[in-house]
Ligand binder design. Structure first.
Ligand code: PNW
Length: 475
């Protein structure tokens, strides 16, 4: 652990980034030919988001991107991960690309490059064109083909100036929160649809990777960002270990199995056998999914703690941190109980535990030997409001970042090939079902005026980026 005295320094090539996603920041939902995505529909459905919040305006990044890039440059960030809105560049999810939509991303990328900031594009951060959901969405195979076509269009348009590409962000959330528990768009609640969605997201990743490579310069890199869980157990009893195996398969193996190893884990096929026969996995799919990658993106917020349901209080809270729903996001795991990990929590109720990030990086160093790793998201929500001096003091976030960056540094020392860090998030934004109530930004946004004010954590992180060394915690 870092003792806050010994300097924690990073390799000079380490990327110091921040991350965002299109629907969470852009606004301008009806401009320049954009059509609705499933998140427009969902957020406009009463009861689906806190206070009925929507991304209609979000933080108006579509019109303020120059200001936002200038802010990143001023802070000293060297990389920026953003997502492309599918319905902005290919309305309805079919047909030719819309130049005005692509032009926005071209201008954004050129602005970043002019400021010496390395862009990383996520092609899919959850905003499926509504038209494709109406045709069946991710449980339907065709959506994977549509994604590959879209990926190729964006690759053709921006492959000359963007080197780092990420196909999907957190397919677990798309599949299991979108189609299983229903707390994310499109809000469907069917275990089999969730599993089908997971397979078609995997297929989309594989076909999308191949499509990107067919149109982009060979120097460009392709990765996927997984929100892989660190799953711990309350005991080493066989029933608890079996519970952890089940959740690990449903959280991690269902994606890294086919993507990294070309097969679904046998234990996953067994634990879901009562629900599905996996007959939608067609001949050749696993080969199509198992494409060589250039890097792996890992998003980490907090660890999970599980036991067999028989080893838990049946009336206790279901502390899996995935929002309230009568439907589980864990198909076939009704015999598993989630426990609150001990320790301090962020505003999301997520336990602060940097050791989980070290574990995760070490695990994937083994799972994917030789594959460079990036932490493509990590960060914390706290209640942040400007003080009387107009400044936002967020010592808890600084401590969170310090702890997690020090954990990354330890993982590098221990042999993990971690190349960079994208803090979630550059600025406060639309936090999905939680609306604007949860603030993850290192830049504060006043939602009445949309004024941006860097928080103390932004200064702290900027200093880390400029010096390659973690500054001390605030006293
Ligand atoms: C990720 N969960 O979302 C996303 O990639 C971001 O868009 C989001 O703003 C960020 O993390 C913070 O939440 C998640 O329920 C949403 O486990 C929900 C969960 C995990 C990640």
């Amino acid at each position: 652990m870092s003792d806050n005295v010994t300097p924690v320094t990073f390799p000079s090539s380490f990327l110091w980034g921040a991350a965002t996603s299109a629907y969470q920041i852009e606004g301008a939902v009806r401009e320049d030919g954009r059509t609705p995505s499933i998140w427009d529909t969902f957020s406009h459905t009463p009861g689906k988001t806190a206070d009925g919040d929507t991304g209609d305006t979000a933080v108006d990044h579509y019109h303020r991107y120059r200001e936002d890039v200038a802010l990143m440059a001023e802070l000293g960030l060297t990389a920026y991960r953003f997502s492309v809105s599918w319905p902005r560049v290919q309305p309805m999810g079919r047909g030719p690309a819309v130049q005005r939509g692509l032009d926005f991303y071209r201008r954004l990328v050129d602005e970043l490059l002019a400021h010496g900031i390395k862009p990383a594009i996520t092609l899919y951060h959850w905003d499926l064109p509504q038209e494709l959901e109406d045709a069946g969405g991710w449980p339907q195979r065709d959506t994977a083909y549509r994604f590959a076509e879209y990926a190729q269009m964006v690759g053709e348009a921006l492959g000359d100036r963007v080197e780092q590409w990420i196909t999907l962000n957190e397919p677990w959330c798309s599949a299991f929160l979108g189609y299983g528990s229903g707390v994310h768009a499109p809000g469907r609640t069917d275990a089999v649809s969730a599993l089908r969605a997971a397979h078609h997201l995997n297929l989309a990743h594989g076909l999308g990777t191949t499509a990107l490579r067919s149109v982009m310069p060979a120097r460009n890199t392709v990765a996927v960002s997984l929100n892989s869980s660190v799953v711990r157990t309350v005991s080493q009893e066989p029933a608890d270990l079996a519970a952890a195996r089940k959740i690990d398969d449903l959280a991690n193996g269902v994606f890294h199995g086919p993507i990294l190893h070309g097969a679904y884990p046998k234990t996953l096929l067994d634990s879901t056998a009562g629900l599905t026969d996996w007959s939608y996995v067609q001949a050749g799919d696993l080969k199509a999914i198992h494409q060589p990658l250039d890097a792996l993106g890992l998003n980490y917020y907090h660890p999970a703690l599980v036991s067999a349901a028989s080893n838990a209080d049946p009336d206790g809270p279901r502390a899996d941190g995935h929002g309230a729903s009568a439907y589980s996001p864990w198909p076939g795991a009704d015999d598993v109980a989630f426990h609150q990990t001990p320790g301090e929590q962020t505003e999301m109720g997520w336990t602060v535990d940097p050791t989980g990030l070290h574990e995760l990086l070490m695990r994937y160093s083994q799972e994917a030997p030789g594959l460079p790793l990036y932490v493509t998201e990590n960060g914390a929500a706290y209640v942040d409001e400007p003080g009387p001096d107009g400044q936002v003091h967020d010592p808890e976030r600084i401590a969170y970042l310090h702890g997690h960056l020090a954990a990354i540094r330890r993982a590098i020392t221990d042999g993990a090939d971690v190349r960079g860090y994208y803090l979630w998030s550059l600025m406060d934004n639309f936090e999905w079902a939680f609306g604007y109530a949860k603030r993850f930004g290192i830049v504060h946004v006043d939602y009445a005026t949309l004024k941006r004010t860097p928080k103390a954590s932004a200064r702290w992180y900027g200093r880390a980026a400029r010096t390659g060394e973690l500054p001390p915690l605030e006293g």
